[in-house]
Design a binder for this molecule. Structure first.
Ligand code: CIR
Length: 264
């Protein structure tokens, strides 16, 4: 199925992160220093998983720019730029371009399309594009047009809950203990009945551990948000090496482990 990534771009939050989208009024404010510490630990976890990590400078005045996953998909043949639905995020595209591989063509989602890569789950050569408040059918069609010549398929999927498709559904590859078995996905309960899950081994996280569905699987290592012991224990039991990473400050802005890195 999808190859394990070997490198990652990450971007620590800028001071403006305290104004990031998705914060609930009356909820505890983002602690910026704690967010920086958590981001450093996230980088350490990626490195412990074997990735080569490039840490970009913070993007001044772009509150959500630490969520680099959303802005681009890097394929060996092509870079595909997103078009974020939220106007405050659109300048993130220009702010990442200089750091993307210069050796391949670049395509971009254009108006009336909107698409954030947090809505796209890759399993093998299929991109499942979640239709959400951030990603529309026109965005999905443009992705289809760009990747079909590369031999990839696109299927659209409703996003039953949460901000993005990957908020509630992530692909882990095959279990380290059952290399010939089906691919494994981790799903928030609201996602369990999606038809695209037929034929996969679906681990449904307990309702009380919903955010734990946003794991980052890197080969036999999986980063799990702290602290969701039932999910972590289930993954250990199935043979993954689990790294538990605290991301409370990013979760306050609707962010999870997948959102914080652009993998390639
Ligand atoms: C936003 O609302 O756009 C950010 N505060 C969070 C983006 C999270 N990204 C992701 O799930 N891929």
């Amino acid at each position: 199925m999808s190859a394990t990534p070997h490198s990652a771009l990450v971007r620590p939050p800028d001071l403006s992160f305290v104004d990031a989208l998705g914060q609930v009024e009356g909820a505890p404010a983002i602690d910026f220093e704690l967010a920086l510490a958590q981001h450093r630990l996230y980088v350490a976890a990626l490195e412990a998983a074997g990735l080569s990590v490039t840490v970009l400078p913070p993007a001044e005045g772009l509150p959500d720019a630490c969520f680099v996953q959303d802005v681009a998909l890097v394929l060996p043949e092509l870079v595909l730029l997103a078009r974020p639905a939220m106007p405050s995020r659109q300048a993130e595209i220009a702010a990442i371009r200089a750091y993307l591989p210069p050796d391949r063509p670049v395509a971009a989602v254009e108006e009336p399309g909107t698409l954030e890569w947090g809505d796209v789950l890759r399993i093998g050569n299929t991109l499942y594009v979640g239709l959400s408040e951030r990603t529309n059918a026109a965005g999905a069609e443009q992705v289809r047009a760009a990747v079909t010549p590369l031999g990839m398929d696109v299927e659209t999927v409703p996003v039953p809950a949460g901000l993005h498709l990957l908020s509630g559904l992530n692909y882990l590859g095959r279990s380290p203990r059952n290399a010939d078995g089906p691919g494994v996905v981790l799903a928030w309960p609201a996602y369990r009945d999606l038809p695209i899950l037929a034929g996969l081994d679906v681990i449904v996280v307990p309702e009380s551990e919903g955010p734990a569905a946003n794991v980052l699987a890197l080969g036999e290592t999986v980063l799990v948000p702290a602290v969701y012991p039932r999910t972590a224990a289930e993954l250990w039991h199935r043979g993954w090496r689990v790294l538990s990473v605290p991301i409370s400050e990013f979760a306050k802005a609707d962010g999870g482990l997948t959102c914080l890195s652009l993998l390639m």
